[in-house]
Design a protein around this ligand. Structure first.
Ligand SMILES: Cc1cc2nc3c(=O)[nH]c(=O)nc-3n(C[C@H](O)[C@H](O)[C@H](O)COP(=O)(O)O)c2cc1C
Length: 174
């Protein structure tokens, strides 16, 4: 069931418990398309995505990443990777921002399609980057920014958390 955009943004939450059900390939493709729809500095698009549905590989990632244990019941994962040497200036400087925007689009698309998802850390922890790179055969010049486990949420009734804080806003001047 498709949701209104603001409703999707306001109700997205990190989901850490999945049912173990599969994620449809069409839905994964829609999430990847959402990722690639993100803005990027000078439109360099310094990103690449590894989409994983193989249980063996999901388990290897689960084993290697202490803060991504929800992978044990995830139906898929998308690993958002940065390509800092895609050009000599903008990609080097802005790949983290660009790939973070792509990641948020993936999180929102997953939620809009009725799945749960969560950003789990890889970069800048060199040990995590090394593990993820080795498990997924990612070339040395490509940096896995994160691992995004995706699945059907186990708790269908989880309530969105209100994060709006008036004190974070400074109208006109600080
Ligand atoms: C850069 C970054 C790294 C994160 N790493 C992890 C992680 O390794 N494991 C995890 O369970 N959650 C991780 N999270 C998810 C945050 O804990 C979560 O976004 C935060 O608690 C706010 O909750 P919400 O996403 O439901 O609004 C990460 C989020 C970001 C943005």
């Amino acid at each position: 069931m498709k949701k209104d955009l603001l409703d999707v943004i306001y109700t997205r939450r990190s989901v850490r418990k999945f049912t173990g059900e599969k994620v449809k390939k069409d839905d994964l493709e829609a999430m990847l398309r959402a990722g690639m729809s993100a803005p990027s500095a000078v439109n360099v698009q310094p990103w690449a995505f590894v989409a994983v549905t193989d249980r063996v590989i999901l388990d290897q990632l689960c084993e290697a990443l202490p803060y991504a244990k929800m992978l044990d019941k995830a139906g898929a994962a998308i690993i958002v990777c940065g390509i800092p040497d895609k050009d000599d200036t903008y990609a080097k400087k802005y790949w983290v921002m660009d790939c973070s925007l792509a990641s948020e689009n993936i999180l929102l698309a997953a939620h809009a399609l009725g799945y749960g998802a969560i950003w789990t850390a890889s970069y800048p922890d060199s040990e995590k980057v090394k593990s993820v790179r080795s498990i997924l055969s990612i070339p040395y010049n490509i940096i896995p920014l994160n691992v995004i486990p995706i699945g059907v949420p186990a708790d269908k009734d989880a309530k969105p958390v209100e994060k709006f804080k008036e004190e974070n806003i400074h109208w006109e001047k600080w």
